[in-house]
Write a protein that binds this ligand. Structure first.
Ligand SMILES: Cc1ncc(COP(=O)(O)O)c(C=O)c1O
Length: 639
């Protein structure tokens, strides 16, 4: 972990487009350097490049360049061309699809069982999950690392049935890094699989999705015996430009791709079409038979420039790895220190502390996935946060992030809940329904890159603190609550009488004791609930600011906060006894199914009947709780 000071020196000159902006979506794409674009445009202006399929001098020039850049790209990943080949693709998805389609075509050659077995890890990106549709239902999602370990140890799974007991040709795919949480998965699995001697394992190949991993660490393919059989990458995620990807193939396993049926211009040596359909595939190299149509040769030329400039600016991926680890560590711990006036943490960060640690580049990349909670424990819509950050020139990503397994597991969303949200109108990427039954349907993601700086991280932390922390003075001041924009989230706000929260005693037997809370307001999202929020002693809390340890904090107000010394910080609540139903615009509260693990404890019980877990219409509550009209155009359950 070491901050790369050099970035401070060249950030403004090499990345002028980032000036005055805080770009935190490097997981989407990182940003290209000015020198890269200048080098590329010079090359384009000074040379005449033809289509490499032709035989002219301009075509030969492009062809030779493409060949040499292919070798450079392999060596960027430490892959020896003697053992590896590289196929240029549109992106990582196209690389993954190429492998999936080859397995499908291989399986089709067996008329008795035209299928292959496909196993994938739950942290996979949608592009990996999609391959399952080619496997004719012979697929399995590993729900955690332990299950993969058991499988690699050739142990029988929880179903009592061995995976791929039919002995079909197999493909095991997983991401080197989760695009949602940034967790880095064990790279040793590929070798472990290769070392299994059981025939069905010997016939199972590995596909590593390194699209996220390769962005801020060295993808090291120097040992062909340990390397994955197939590795997918997207170059724009590493260099910012050009928008192409690649499939890196371990030559010993490349024969599988020879089963692919489709051919296009450039991948065949000859074919007949009249009276007879015959064809001879190009087979001098693996890539010859797999790169259909004209190569994106201009983009490949740009890739050559990108590799050169990247090396000049950063030296090695090791420097980038240490730099981004340092920043991610600072970001993560900065977010962890943020608390509301009552001790409730501001950020719920999705991470797996048993398996990964911020600051340790072998287990964690420079990504933080989180949601933001109000002081009452309810979520603020992730899309609203993205929009709000956007208006401040802070660019991040929110939503399902194309990571259905990650979202479902970290947010504990069960398939029935997902389906219910879907029928209510939830659509990934639309940001219309952000919270269902008190559960967020997505997350906010901040991801850092090679040219991120301390100021980027600190400005973002200051934004969180300024926008979302509810300090005691804000809670005491009605106008300021509105300033927080809480009305805009479609909440209903309850006005207690002058005796404070104690007056809002509820049928579930909770009472509030806060004699000093004159005119304080409490918020709830549904009039269907008899009981308001969980009771909690109001506490005086001053932020123990993270910023006083950060010299380059971006906003001055923050240092004022830090001057208020740590006064009293109550422990954050361990669990919440109640949760408002936030799904009312989609379904009546009565229709909500109760799940022991998920909904228990969130709805008030019928007085005197602990067996009855149906939510109550809260007439008493309605007397006090006045629905407010959302100020913003809140479609669906836009919280
Ligand atoms: C882990 C991972 N896999 C696959 C992809 C898909 O990459 P592309 O859109 O370049 O095909 C992404 C994109 O974010 C990713 O992060």
């Amino acid at each position: 972990m070491a901050y790369n000071d050099a970035v401070e020196v060249f950030r403004d000159t090499e990345y002028p487009m980032m000036k005055g902006k805080v770009y935190l979506d490097h997981g989407g794409t990182t940003i290209y350097a000015k020198s890269l674009i200048e080098n590329f445009s010079q090359k384009m202006i000074q040379n005449l490049y033809g289509n490499p399929h032709s035989a002219s001098d301009p075509a030969m020039l492009s062809g030779h360049l493409v060949d040499s850049i292919r070798i450079q790209a392999l060596s960027f990943f430490g892959a020896d061309p003697e053992h590896f080949d590289l196929v240029f693709t549109a992106n990582a998805t196209a690389a993954i699809k190429l492998v999936g389609e080859s397995f499908r075509d291989l399986a089709a050659s067996n008329p008795r069982q035209p299928s292959f077995w496909y196993g994938y890890h739950k942290d996979a990106h949608t592009s990996i999950v999609g391959v399952r549709e080619l496997s004719s239902d012979h697929h399995h999602c590993f729900i955690n690392d332990d299950e993969v370990e058991d499988w690699l140890n050739e142990q029988v799974g929880p179903t009592g049935k061995r995976l791929n007991s039919e002995g079909l040709p197999g493909l095991f795919a997983y991401p080197g890094q989760s695009n949602m949480t940034g967790r880095r998965l064990p790279l040793g699995w590929t070798k472990r699989l290769r070392d299994c001697l059981t025939p069905s394992y010997q016939n199972t190949y590995s596909l590593l999705d390194a699209a996220a991993l390769a962005t801020t660490t060295q993808l090291d393919l120097s040992d062909p015996d340990a390397a994955p059989d197939f590795t997918a990458v997207s170059f724009y995620k590493i260099f910012g430009f050009p928008d192409i990807g690649a499939l890196i193939i371990r030559k010993k396993s490349g024969h599988i791709l020879g089963w692919r049926k489709y051919f296009g211009g450039g991948t065949v040596n000859g074919l007949t079409v009249i009276h007879e359909a015959s064809m001879q595939r190009k087979d001098v190299t693996l890539h010859d038979g797999l790169e259909d149509g004209t190569l994106p040769f201009h983009s490949i030329i740009a890739l050559g420039c990108a590799i050169e400039v990247h090396r000049r600016l950063y030296g090695s991926m090791m420097t980038i790895s240490q730099h981004t680890s340092f920043l991610a560590h600072r970001l993560f711990h900065g977010m962890k220190t943020l608390h509301h006036y009552n001790g409730v943490p501001l950020c719920v960060i999705y991470t797996d502390p048993d398996r990964c640690t911020y600051g340790d580049a072998t287990t964690q990349g420079s990504t933080v996935a989180f949601n933001i909670m109000r002081s009452d424990g309810t979520y603020i819509g992730h899309y609203l946060i993205e929009r709000s950050a956007n208006t401040k020139g802070i660019y991040l990503r929110s939503g399902g992030l194309c990571n259905a397994g990650g979202i479902a597991s970290y947010l504990e969303i069960e398939p029935w809940q997902y389906k219910r949200a879907w029928s209510a109108g939830y659509r990934c990427g639309e940001g219309k329904i952000e919270v269902v039954n008190g559960k967020s349907t997505g997350v906010v993601r901040v991801s850092l890159g090679a040219m991120s700086t301390i100021a980027d991280v600190d400005t973002f932390l200051a934004f969180l603190e300024e926008e979302y922390i509810e300090p005691m003075d804000k809670m005491m001041d009605l106008t300021k609550v509105d300033d927080l924009g809480i009305d805009s989230f479609g909440l209903e706000i309850m006005r207690t009488n002058d005796s404070g929260f104690a007056s809002a005693a509820n049928s579930a037997g909770h009472s509030f004791s806060s004699p000093g809370q004159v005119n304080a307001r409490r918020m709830i999202s549904s009039p269907n609930l008899k009981s308001p929020m969980r009771p909690r002693e109001p506490r005086v809390y001053a932020q123990k600011s993270f910023y006083d340890r950060r010299p380059t904090t971006a906003t001055s107000h923050v240092s004022q906060v830090s001057q208020v010394s740590q006064m009293f910080r109550p422990a954050p609540p361990v669990s919440y006894s109640q949760r408002p139903d936030t799904g009312r615009s989609m379904m009546p509260a009565e229709s909500i199914r109760f799940s022991e693990s998920i909904d228990r404890g969130y709805y008030p019980l019928m007085p005197g009947n602990s067996q009855n877990t149906h939510p109550q219409k809260g007439r008493n509550v309605l007397k006090f709780w006045k629905p407010r009209k959302p100020l913003m155009n809140a479609t669906g359950n836009n919280r």
